[in-house]
Design a protein around this ligand. Structure first.
Ligand code: HEC
Ligand code: HEC
Ligand code: HEC
Ligand code: HEC
Length: 453
């Protein structure tokens, strides 16, 4: 995690709260209809101050009760609104819109992901103006759901008896289950129809979204006790990886589906293709010239591997997943022409999304098949590795699965750690470079060969 989030000591919390202008505001639940909670599901946010009074989540000690302080001091999300007020955000927007006079803090698209509640700008359907502000950034309700309908009932003892589905009917998101948790992140971190970082925005300077749930979840300062997550699941991170792969793939396919099916959108959307297939140095000794890519003619476009490369390893499964994987092969093939057939892509992605949504996740199985997945990853590395994205995805998978290997007190093999280090080394961008110009699949292949054993 970057240091600016961790250097502020908790001791200065009260000063920080005042500096940020976060003082409790009255809960604005006048429009809440508790008999019919779904009415208020898309209600405006109340703002983090409503959650963070001293007796609720605004303490300054144990994790439980100090959620606001942890978020405010250490969580990158608390800064995501301020990001929009900075010159670099204006620079992105200027280029993206080809206009001089721009204000990211009033741009719906930026606000959807950097704050979450776009009704900050204008009253919602019920005519209510949100009391939340741009500076609040991605705050409590961006993940836990608009609190208008549940802020009062959730402190009553009966609330604890409610099922996750009942809580959801009040607008509270399921962040406890792993599928629910991963689904909470992807709209902002992969993108969603109407809230996407497309190639135009990347070319204007927005960082590439390269989400991997397992790694992001592990590197994010938690405001809950991890013991609850690991309870009964010592291989929590391996499960989180598998669920993150499926959830990320689903979000990616949803975006691709949206781009393909809407004739007003740019096509093909370059952000759905492999960045480094286009953005690489021309080099006479390039590995691309030395190695034929199986099943692809030279110079063909390539579907972005980031969210789908390891789907088969993550789903390891039954007949239904075999169908998804067969469709994925077709999709890769259909995306190779300079202008892919929109209709064919729309049909394929529809089919895949339906199948993915009805596929049971690996996590509900009793035992997580870590050794089996590792051997599949080794095979993948040996036979199919064709891009930096795939190699990076394999690295992140290995890092998450290390956790699964320690199950049953077996000491994690020293060799495994050095293998991880070796693969990481091979993935590094040269200094000053934003692409892997020295990447060689062969190096990763060699380093992965130890995994087969
Ligand atoms: C409402 C949108 C939104 C949601 C939901 C969201 N994030 Fe974020 N996240 C952001 C934005 C925007 C940033 C960039 C913050 C900035 O401006 O620097 C970010 C940054 C991060 C970072 C820091 C990344 C870095 O480069 O160091 C991590 C880690 C992270 N998010 C994890 C998660 C996880 C895990 C979830 C789901 C449980 C999640 N986020 C849900 C919008 C969101
Ligand atoms: C699909 C959601 C989404 C949209 C739309 C979006 N962003 Fe972001 N933005 C993110 C996420 C997520 C990150 C963090 C990326 C990471 O580190 O993984 C980010 C990072 C950034 C950063 C770099 C922050 C840092 O700390 O390095 C800037 C600047 C930024 N966004 C500005 C903008 C502007 C300006 C707009 C509107 C033109 C915008 N964003 C639209 C999700 C989004
Ligand atoms: C980027 C997403 C995100 C943001 C922002 C966020 N949370 Fe959370 N929160 C989570 C996740 C994920 C968990 C862990 C799963 C769980 O316990 O529901 C969690 C857990 C919690 C828990 C513990 C629930 C339990 O049963 O142990 C509380 C309380 C909580 N959050 C309150 C807050 C408050 C208050 C804020 C704002 C100051 C906030 N959260 C901001 C995602 C988020
Ligand atoms: C089909 C080819 C293609 C793909 C795939 C592609 N780009 Fe581009 N990209 C281009 C072209 C063409 C330009 C314009 C170059 C210019 O203006 O000189 C460009 C420009 C850019 C720029 C502007 C700065 C620069 O160095 O030119 C960035 C940043 C960028 N792309 C990032 C990405 C990222 C990140 C991805 C993957 C998510 C991606 N691109 C995928 C073709 C592609």
């Amino acid at each position: 995690m970057r240091s600016r989030w961790t250097t502020v000591a908790l001791a200065g919390l009260s000063t920080l709260l005042v500096l940020r202008g976060i003082t409790p505001r009255p809960a604005l639940d006048a429009g809440a209809d508790l008999e019919n909670p779904s009415h208020t599901l898309r209600a405006a946010f109340l703002g983090p101050a409503s959650c963070g009074t001293a007796s609720c989540h605004g303490g300054n000690g144990e994790v439980q009760g100090s959620e606001l302080s942890i978020w405010l001091v250490r969580d990158p999300h608390a800064r995501s609104g301020e990001t929009l007020l900075q010159e670099r955000s204006r620079a992105i927007l200027r280029k993206w819109k080809s206009a001089d006079n721009v204000a990211p803090e009033t741009e719906q698209l930026c606000i959807r992901c950097h704050v979450g509640d776009a009704s900050i700008l204008s009253p919602n359907d019920a005519g209510v103006h949100s009391p939340a502000r741009i500076q609040d950034g991605v705050s409590c309700e961006a993940c836990h759901g608009s609190a208008a309908a549940w802020i009062r009932p959730h402190v009553q003892p009966e609330w604890q008896q409610k099922s996750p589905a009942q809580k959801q009917s009040f607008g509270m998101r399921d962040t406890r289950s792993l599928p629910g948790r991963a689904a909470t992140c992807v709209d902002c971190h992969v993108g969603a129809p109407g809230q996407a970082v497309d190639h135009d925005m990347l070319a204007a300077g927005h960082p590439r979204l390269r989400f991997e749930f397992g790694a992001y979840h592990a590197n994010w300062p938690h405001h809950w006790t991890d013991g609850k997550d690991r309870n009964g699941h010592p291989d929590f991170e391996a499960r989180a990886w598998a669920i993150g792969q499926a959830t990320g793939a689903e979000a990616f396919l949803r975006l691709l589906h949206d781009a393909a099916s809407d004739s007003n959108k740019a096509w093909p959307e370059f952000a759905a293709l492999d960045c480094f297939a286009c953005h690489h140095d021309l080099n006479e000794r390039s590995w691309r010239l030395r190695q034929a890519a199986p099943g692809r003619s030279a110079g063909a476009m390539r579907l972005s591997p980031w969210y789908t490369a390891l789907l088969s390893e993550a789903l390891l499964g039954d007949e239904k997943t075999a169908r998804i994987l067969a469709d994925l092969d077709k999709l890769k093939d259909r995306m190779t022409p300079p202008v892919p057939d929109r209709k064919a892509i729309t049909t394929l992605t529809t089919q895949m999304l339906e199948a993915l949504r009805s596929t049971p996740f690996i996590s509900i199985q009793e035992a997580f098949p870590t050794p089996l997945i590792l051997s599949e990853l080794a095979k993948h590395g040996k036979k199919r590795l064709q891009s930096w994205d795939e190699a990076a995805a394999i690295y992140l998978a290995l890092a998450a699965l290390q956790d699964g290997l320690t199950e049953g007190n077996a000491r994690p093999a020293r060799e495994y750690s050095s293998l991880l280090k070796g693969v990481h080394e091979a993935l590094r961008f040269p200094p000053g470079c934003a692409s892997p110009s020295r990447f060689e699949p062969e190096t990763v292949r060699r380093r992965l060969s130890a995994l087969g054993k």
